[in-house]
Design a binder for this molecule. Sequence first.
Ligand code: SAM
Length: 246
Amino acid sequence: GSGLYVVATPIGNLGDISERAREVLASADLVLAEDRRMAARLLQHIGVRTTVANYHEHNAARARPDILRRLAEGQVIALTSDAGTPLISDPGYRLVDEALEAGVAVRAVPGPSAVIAALSVSGLPTDRFMFVGFPPPKQAARRSFLAEVAGIAATLVFYESPRRLPDCLRDMAAVLGDRPAAVARELTKLHEEVRRGGLPDLADHYTAAGPPKGEIVIIVGPPAAAETDWAAIDRELADRLTGESL
Ligand code: SAM
């Protein structure tokens, strides 16, 4: 049917394109992409000749009215991003929101995402996790960002640039302590690597080795149960409940 399709594309290995992604991209009236040339390469690889238009941070607001008009006319539009799943630290949220608001059907064509790929091979608990995207680039802001998520009883997933990896890991070790963690690099690509260890050890390693090359996901295990003072939390909750009932 017509509508907006949110189509996941590979995060490195072109073999990860799904059969359904190929079908939707081939039958769409228009493919939206962050970088038309990158998208053209993918489409050529899978033998698809659909027209590609830019949809990125800098033209999204300008481009949306025309996209929404086409959707209202019954066209099929496929939203992609440079890699992985659109909207996950990538453009698309406003388009999906406004399409739904306009009564347009929005469908997912699920597939790769670096968050899930990294989590699945991290060796860290996956029953409860929080994706927090890119930490702020400057140290003071990064440390308060880390302090904000420090108490969350879940595995934390971060995207980070390789250039900032050593600094970021040092701040993580300082703010989050010696938690088990993993640095997943170049997933699905030739130089795929997952380095596991405590945050201080990982910080030492990448400080000594220098920034690596490629794309990075950092996974940090949940705070140790012992670090969460449940007795204190219980007392706090009990105090509040009694306070209210009196
Ligand atoms: N929408 C994408 C997704 O679903 O994974 C993420 C887009 S975000 C702008 C790009 C970041 O994702 C990179 O800086 C890196 O942190 C992570 N990433 C993307 N591909 C990766 C890969 N092959 N290996 C490790 N991390 C990757």
